[in-house]
Design a protein. Structure first.
Ligand code: SF4
Length: 372
């Protein structure tokens, strides 16, 4: 399929810069980029967006992620926002998210972002415990987290996500409880709670070989859900994501549900409904305009992939919704495998819907292996 024949209303922008690399990070990121690198990025990004201008329909959501988009200076951030606002059709109720690190999320940057249509803020908290932060090699002072949330609240911003990492080796259940207590006090509308993944070739993998055991993981997972349900009024709408009703992340939800989206920036992915494309995860190649690489799957295999990502959401799949999205009937595609998961108590099957049970959410890796 020719990517140029499709129009997109969902955009991801990858900003590959951070002040310091975290030991667990497996994203494409450049630490401490100098001014020339930052300028080259902005110039190339402008060209990439302008080359794709005809592909956009009014944008329903924009996700400025990374990396750390707030690593830019105020002036550079202004330039970045101007590139976006002057080249993209942004709908009036567009969900416009920016990710940022507390160390560089300043009050003047927040004001600038607000003035340019950003309306959702995602802050990388990870943990309030110095010990946990040291274990995963996460830089930055905890006090900065409180300053950023104060700044957001001073502008009456309600729509902000806080990221949490749990399942860190040597982290106790009490330490996790303290992290959750602090998160609850900061009144976010959304929390992403990720269990630590020790990915190959990261500095963390050289120091730590094993994560936590399954029983302890279940204990932590259960505590997170209970506390966020009872004390924050949040519900788990995806395996790792909780929100107050109405604050679910539109951008990510579209991706889990197999929606099309466009990505710009080095290593950014985009999906045209059939193929996934990935820009070079290499700064110079991206600057030189080297083409994205296509990851093509046969239609049934792509439909299975979409089946799995959609099952990550608490609503799962409604039968006709899946058919409309992929052209396939999930019962014909994976009848035996779905029923096997039903018999194991991992999938709940109604006449017109399938979704993971609570146990299925906990054992989603197993479900994934079964359905593939
Ligand atoms: S802040 Fe995020 S993107 Fe940057 S190094 Fe840490 S984990 Fe990676």
């Amino acid at each position: 399929m020719d990517i140029k024949k499709i129009s997109y209303n969902s955009l991801y922008i990858h900003v590959p810069f951070c002040a310091k690399l975290c030991d667990y990070c497996a994203f494409f990121v450049i630490a401490k980029p100098n001014r020339t690198i930052r300028q080259n990025y902005l110039n190339r990004l402008k060209r990439e967006i302008q080359d794709k201008t005809t592909l956009f329909e009014p944008l329903d959501n924009i996700y400025l992620g990374g990396g750390t988009p707030t690593h830019f200076s105020l002036k550079e951030l202004q330039k970045l926002l101007r590139i976006l606002t002057s080249n993209l059709p942004i709908s009036t109720d567009c969900e416009f998210t920016i990710e940022g690190n507390p160390t560089c999320f300043t009050k003047d940057k927040i004001k600038l972002l607000l003035d340019n249509g950003v309306n959702r803020f995602s802050i990388g908290v990870q943990s309030f415990s110095d010990e946990t932060r040291r274990t995963i090699g996460r830089a930055g002072e905890v006090s900065r987290i409180f300053n950023v949330v104060d700044a957001l609240q001073s502008y009456s911003i309600k729509n902000y996500n806080l990221d949490l990492i749990f399942g860190v080796p040597n982290q106790s259940i009490d330490q996790l409880r303290l992290d959750l207590d602090e998160l609850v006090k900061l009144s976010p509308s959304h929390i992403s709670a990720y269990s630590l993944m020790i990915k190959e070739k990261t500095p963390l993998a050289k120091r730590l070989k094993n994560g936590i055991n399954d029983d302890f993981f279940i204990k932590m997972w259960t505590l997170i859900e209970e506390k966020l349900n009872n004390e924050c009024g949040m519900y788990r709408y995806e395996i790792s994501n909780f929100s107050k009703p109405g604050y679910e992340c539109r951008h990510n939800y579209n991706i889990w549900k197999g929606g099309q989206f466009l990505g710009v920036g080095p290593s950014a992915c985009y999906f045209d409904g059939i193929s996934r494309w990935t820009n070079p995860a290499n700064f110079n190649k991206w600057i030189d305009g080297i083409d994205a690489i296509e990851d093509y799957l046969d239609l049934p295999d792509r439909a299975i992939e979409i089946l799995l990502t959609g099952l990550r959401t608490s609503k799962g799949w409604e039968h006709s919704e899946f058919k409309l999205k992929t052209g396939f009937d999930y019962n014909k595609l994976r009848y035996k495998q779905i029923n096997h998961c039903v018999s194991k108590g991992l999938i709940h099957k109604e006449e017109n819907r399938i979704k993971l049970t609570k146990r299925g959410m906990l054992l989603s890796d197993y479900v994934e292996r079964e359905l593939i």
